[in-house]
Design a protein around this ligand. Sequence first.
Ligand code: HEM
Length: 201
Amino acid sequence: MNIRIRLMSILVGASGVAISLPSMIASPAVDQELAQQIFDTMLQVHGVQSGFRPVHAKGVVCEGTFTASKEAAALSRAAHFQGTPVPVKIRFSDGAPDPHVPDFSPEAGPRGLAMRFTLPGGEKTDIVAMSHNGFVVGTPAEFLALQKAVVATDPGKPHPWPVENFLGSHPLALKFVQESGGTAPASFGAEAYFSNALSPL
Ligand code: HEM
């Protein structure tokens, strides 16, 4: 499989592929009220700036084509696996809420990749992925509890902080935080991405 990318290279925090919010937290499985609570709490997190995404705020949008290898058609009937070049738009991002976080900062991880394939006939297929294998929590309710713990944490107060209590009782979340803050990749293109979300629209 090869992906030819002509880097449009616009450092943007505000525009982009714009695929994430509805498919991310308001899927049929998640009730609207919980989705709204999650989003409202995310907006209170330190570093979030209006006009930017509450997470993955800093990103770069690239445009190119995706051409599947000849073996791909034997694996899937998907339109983008048939070997004809398909236009793709990709937004690489730093996971942090701060739109000005330095890309090399330990706070910038995990990195994100959001990809939209525009299929013949105008249909779209999205992939949303991040550079950590496995998400920070298993359910939207746990994600809300994590966001609330982050918002309730005041570094000027004595330990244990609410977020430390949360991580103390959620080993996978602690592993996610510890592993996502490691050394920055040489480039967004040199990173491995893991997706939990694939949604033909
Ligand atoms: C409870 C689960 C989740 C919530 C509440 C959530 C929430 C969000 C929100 C609010 C945004 C900003 C959307 C926007 O303003 O356009 C976002 C962006 C993003 N999320 Fe999530 N997310 C969740 C799970 C995931 C998972 C499991 C992945 C990947 C495996 C992921 C990867 C991304 C990426 C890559 C972006 C940036 C998209 C872009 O560049 O347009 N998220 N998320």
